[in-house]
Ligand binder design. Structure first.
Ligand SMILES: Cc1cc2nc3c(=O)[nH]c(=O)nc-3n(C[C@H](O)[C@H](O)[C@H](O)COP(=O)(O)OP(=O)(O)OC[C@H]3O[C@@H](n4cnc5c(N)ncnc54)[C@H](O)[C@@H]3O)c2cc1C
Length: 440
């Protein structure tokens, strides 16, 4: 299905869910003493709470729901919705206070307020902490794993308090249809948390993998290979990724997303090319063969197999962004693909180009032109220098460039620059596909 059409369908579905409790509010019996602004405030509270509930579903990594967009798009949607829901939920008490300033005391001295009102304040406070910690995680140097675990527990706390507030205050919730809807929403959140934190890890636990190879690559990268133990692994499209847990139970929140660098293999073997960057990735070189691992996948829509009609593919890789590309290139070689393809890589130095020998081998097996662009080339370098530019792309791309599909993966500024250049070269946006390695 056209991504715009499926996007519109999912957006309508989302708005339908978020607005359902507001619609019921209109038909529910009206308690006395309200008024227009009172109703608006209640409506905002209802919509905000439903948006909070949907946030859990968005990050639950349901494959069918994420497949049309790619998980990075879903996470970005989750992030922007968090700002919107925070604004909506802030407006809920603000309107009440503007309407009746005496209500302010319940917010600033919650210990004197009824418990159900204080629960609303607690929920708002947790929401502010959650959004603040997410926005400022990097400047505050909060380790990713600690942030992720806290994010989940605070989110459960925020929605728990919000439900207590709704139920305790119980305005507009007298009608059984309204109560029924909130019970359904509450159970749905419980079911999602149960699935994500217990059922999925339990299923992964019964489908273990074993590390079979760890070998060094250039530029502080490692190839890590795992094979399924007692099961067949899973099918994936070249370019997709998996969440990998090594030497830990899947019940611990210690998983990392990595592109599957291998071509789909009947043995279920998966290879990853991992760059040393932080706590986990710096230890990959020391993982002994035989170590147990768990791979949750496949995820993502960054795959040439979603665009088989292309006249050829152009891969634009910055740094470790080559990982999903090498999966697609290996697959093209195995399929003896006869179409023309190009790969541009951007690196600082020649000895910082991972998989450069394999790229050279692949260019002998298929119609592949490899263009390495170096910022600091060696003295005898006769290739491209500096950064990948629009002029450079224009020089290499064939006349039928508009029928090609383009895959970009690398640092965010590089991705944005490539998107701009391709737009200048009048490549249709639907032919340009990106993968962000930094989604949080
Ligand atoms: C879709 C996708 C595919 C990726 N593919 C590759 C690949 O093929 N090869 C490769 O080397 N890297 C890849 N990455 C990046 C890789 O996931 C991070 O470099 C790695 O998780 C860092 O973990 P760390 O503990 O070593 O570093 P840390 O120092 O703990 O983290 C460094 C940064 O990495 C990110 N990060 C850390 N842990 C996670 C996590 N569990 N989930 C999401 N982000 C995290 C955070 O932004 C963090 O600030 C990919 C990322 C994504 C989102």
């Amino acid at each position: 299905m056209n991504p715009l059409v499926s996007g519109a369908i999912w957006l309508s579905f989302y708005l339908g869910i978020v607005l359902a409790p507001v619609a019921l509010l209109l038909v529910a019996p009206t308690p006395p003493g309200g008024g227009f602004w009172w109703d608006v405030s209640m409506g905002l509270g209802f919509a905000g709470l439903t948006m909070m509930a949907v946030q859990f579903v968005l990050t639950a990594r349901f494959k069918r729901a994420t497949a049309p967009f790619g998980i990075d798009v879903i996470y970005a949607f989750h992030r922007y919705l968090a700002y919107a829901l925070l604004a909506i939920i802030l407006l809920h008490p603000l309107i009440l206070v503007l309407r009746d300033p005496a209500q302010l005391s319940a917010i600033i001295t919650p210990w004197d307020a009824p418990l159900e009102v204080s629960a609303g304040t607690a929920s708002l406070f947790l929401l502010l902490v959650i959004v603040g910690a997410s926005v400022f995680r990097k400047p505050l140097r909060i380790p990713y794993e600690a942030w992720r675990a806290t994010h989940l527990f605070l989110s459960i706390g925020a929605i728990g308090f919000a439900f207590y507030h709704l139920w305790g205050v119980s305005y507009y919730t007298e009608a059984s249809a309204v109560r029924g809807l909130w019970v359904l929403i509450g159970f749905s959140i419980g079911a999602v948390v149960f699935y994500v934190r217990l059922l999925r890890p339990w299923r992964l636990l019964h489908k273990p993998f074993r590390v079979v190879d760890v070998r060094p690559e250039l530029a502080d990268c490692w190839t890590l290979a795992v094979e399924p133990v007692g099961h067949e692994g899973f099918l994936y499209e070249p370019g997709q990724f998996a969440w990998l847990t090594v030497d830990r139970s899947p019940f611990f929140m210690q998983e990392h997303p990595f592109s599957i660098a291998s071509s789909p293999h009947p043995s279920g073997r998966l290879e990853f090319v991992i760059k040393e960057l932080g706590d986990f990735t710096s230890t990959v070189g020391q993982i002994p063969p035989g170590t147990v691992a768990y791979a949750d996948g496949p995820y993502g829509s960054f795959s040439m197999d979603r665009h088989p009609e292309a006249a050829g593919y152009v891969f634009l890789a910055g740094g470790i962004g080559i990982a999903p590309m090498i999966s697609m290139l290996r697959t093209l070689a195995e399929r003896e693909d006869e179409r023309p393809h190009l790969v541009f890589t951007g690196h600082s130095k020649w000895d910082r180009v991972p998989l450069r020998e394999e790229l050279s081998d692949l260019s002998e097996r298929i119609d592949l032109q490899v263009i390495h662009v170096l910022e600091e080339p060696p003295d005898d370098w006769d290739g491209e220098e500096g950064w990948i530019t629009a002029e450079m792309l224009d020089r290499y791309l064939p006349p039928e460039r508009h029928e090609f599909h383009y895959f970009i993966c690398g640092p965010v500024p590089m991705i944005r620059a490539m998107e701009t250049f391709l737009k200048e070269l009048e490549v249709a946006p639907g032919h340009v596909h990106t993968e962000l390695f930094d989604m949080v």
